[in-house]
Write a protein that binds this ligand. Structure first.
Ligand code: ADP
Length: 167
């Protein structure tokens, strides 16, 4: 069985992420979308909340599983029996860091290949950071995040803004 892992922060999941998940699900028997912690990014949502939002957004894909891990990706992949890491590439700016990570992961786990899917042109500009910025200004998020999570993103951003005002 071909198993691929799609790792990321997913804080929150966007339509760009969902596009990669959908395309990867056509290429592999199983895709594990794994929420991983990026120490350099402070999250808006907890890992459990991100997993929950991803599960709701990917419910229709039979061969997609959502998980959370605080392990090294190379070790996680070995434990889950996955030989492929899927990554989305938006622009040249993504390339350098992704290339470095791909080489490092293969050094740590020689059975692990990284495959890049070119972002759909509709979503090359889209990131979780852009979504959070738009939500701060009350923009309509319909074209940016799965509809299942729109209310949650808006509510959390409003909460954060209120907290900041209170401080
Ligand atoms: P972000 O940069 O949005 O915080 P993540 O760390 O969650 O993203 O990214 C996880 C993976 O998804 C990475 O491989 C990233 O390049 C990819 N990705 C993020 N946004 C998009 C998009 N709009 N189109 C294609 N791939 C994307």
């Amino acid at each position: 069985m071909s198993i691929a892992i799609y790792p990321g922060s997913f804080d929150p999941v966007t339509l760009g992420h969902l596009n990669i998940i959908k395309r990867a699900s056509c290429c592999f028997d199983k895709v594990i979308v794994c929420v991983m912690i990026n120490a350099s990014k402070r999250g808006l949502f907890t890992p459990e909340e991100r997993v929950d939002m991803l599960r709701r957004a990917t419910e229709r894909f039979d061969n997609v599983e959502v998980d959370f891990s605080d392990e090294l990706l190379a070790s996680y992949a070995k434990r889950r029996g996955a030989h492929v890491v899927v990554k989305g590439l938006r622009a040249v700016s993504d390339f350098e860091q992704e290339f470095q990570m791909a080489v490092t992961n293969r050094k740590l786990n020689p059975d692990l290949e990284t495959m890049f899917l070119a972002s759909s042109e509709k979503y090359t500009y889209l990131s979780s950071t852009v979504v959070k910025e738009l939500a701060r200004y009350g923009a309509d998020l319909t074209d940016f995040v799965p509809r299942e999570i729109i209310d949650e993103v808006n509510t959390r951003i409003q909460q954060k803004m209120q907290e900041r005002k209170g401080n």
